[in-house]
Ligand binder design. Structure first.
Ligand SMILES: [Zn+2]
Length: 116
């Protein structure tokens, strides 16, 4: 727990889902509708600091999100994004993964090689 860390201070009432090692909240600046953040409950600076054993719990979170979206909203298109360190554009120094639902004609191109 870090007092200065925005992810360590998220109110539990905002949790969409949680398990032993992760919780899910909506991104405050979504790039698509229902863009979520999967955040580790413990403060790890990034993916390298976390023990491999917690990542079994990450799979559970992904299964929950994928199943929920599929059942509720009838879509199963999404991207999973993670940034470790500055050159990868990590903005918050606390392990988190973006779950970005994708929609037909959302005009989002996440692949640099396709940018003009
Ligand atoms: Zn933190």
């Amino acid at each position: 727990m870090s007092n200065n860390c925005v992810f360590c201070n998220i109110d539990k009432k905002n949790y969409i889902f949680e398990n032993n090692h992760f919780f899910v909240v909506l991104d405050k600046n979504p790039i698509t509708k229902w863009h979520c953040l999967i955040v580790s409950k413990l403060h790890f600076n990034n993916i390298f600091d976390a023990n491999i054993s917690i990542f079994n719990n990450l799979w559970d979170v992904l299964q929950f999100l994928i199943t929920s979206f599929k059942n509720k909203y009838w879509f199963e298109d999404f991207n999973i994004l993670h940034a470790s360190w500055k050159n990868a554009q990590q903005s918050v120094g606390h392990l988190h993964i973006h779950f970005v639902p994708r929609y037909k004609n959302d005009n989002l191109d996440l692949w640099i090689k396709n940018k003009k």
